[in-house]
Design a protein around this ligand. Structure first.
Ligand SMILES: Nc1ncnc2c1ncn2[C@@H]1O[C@H](COP(=O)(O)OP(=O)(O)OP(=O)(O)O)[C@@H](O)[C@H]1O
Ligand SMILES: [Mg+2]
Length: 245
């Protein structure tokens, strides 16, 4: 498989005052180009920590991460990445159109291209009627949508999404699912964390289960089989693994 993301023996410990929290312990796995990889695990498992390391928001303490062969510390490793953070916290006094234009310019996209690209993205996430409203007035779900659009502005090869479906209504979730599947059909890779296991099951090619900083399993969603050979829901598989049955 052609690896777009490779993580080897990654360890990360938060040190705050007298406390030290080991958040990642010897994490090792790869994501193949063109796949949808669902990263799941209980609250506090270390999913966001992993994602922040990929984006160089947190610095690697021990281990190795390669994004298309590049270390996250290299600025150009992020040129072809789209990132949707766990908490959509943007300039609240901007409108979605202004925000997307700003991110577009950061990626070096010219004004003429943005003039067509921004409305397409607003439409894609269902914000076509809110493009010129100040984001201060936005609901949680609307902020999720603009955050998703922002992650797509640079036409990324690799999308890294931290709980993209949190707070979305069922219709909007379906819409996001369809966009993600369409992106995969264009050859893009999607790495995302989620607690919505039914959604994860619907779109992922493979899943990784993290618990207390350790990776407990990596599995193909098509092969989620019980010992008896009958198919099992992702939720069952997840609960069995987490509760160590
Ligand atoms: N800034 C921080 N300082 C200290 N500890 C932290 C910090 N951020 C995260 N942690 C700890 O690291 C561990 C992993 O947290 P992380 O946010 O990566 O989990 P997560 O899997 O994303 O959880 P969730 O599903 O709730 O988003 C937790 O024990 C958390 O308390
Ligand atoms: Mg998280």
């Amino acid at each position: 498989m052609n690896k777009i993301l490779s993580i080897k023996n990654l360890n990360y410990t938060y040190k705050t005052g007298r406390y030290s929290v080991p958040a990642l312990i010897d994490l090792t796995f790869d994501v193949a180009e063109g796949e949808i990889f669902g990263f799941i695990g209980p609250n506090g498992a270390g999913k966001t920590t992993t994602i922040k390391i990929l984006l160089n928001i947190l610095e690697i303490q021990k281990g190795e991460v390669l994004l298309s062969g590049k270390f996250p510390s290299r600025t150009d490793s992020r040129e072809e990445i789209g990132y949707m953070p766990e908490i959509a916290n943007y300039y609240w006094y901007l409108t979605p159109r202004e925000l997307l234009n700003m991110y577009g310019r950061i990626f070096g996209i010219d004004k003429i291209t943005l003039k067509t690209k921004v409305p397409v993205l607003l439409n894609l996430v269902g914000l076509e009627n809110a493009g010129d409203r100040i984001m201060r007035t936005f609901s949680k779900g609307m902020m999720q949508k603009i955050s998703f659009a922002q992650a797509l502005i640079n036409d990324p090869k690799l999308l890294i999404l931290d709980e993209p479906m949190g707070g979305l209504d069922p219709v909007s979730r379906k819409k996001m699912r369809d966009v993600i599947l369409e992106l995969r059909s264009q050859g893009k890779t999607i790495f995302f964390s989620s607690h919505e296991l039914s959604e994860v099951e619907l779109i992922s090619d493979r899943i990784g289960i993290l618990n207390n900083g350790s990776l407990l399993a990596v599995a193909s969603t098509k092969n989620l089989l019980t010992n008896k050979g009958t198919s099992q829901s992702l939720e069952h598989y997840f609960l069995d693994i987490i509760t160590n049955k």
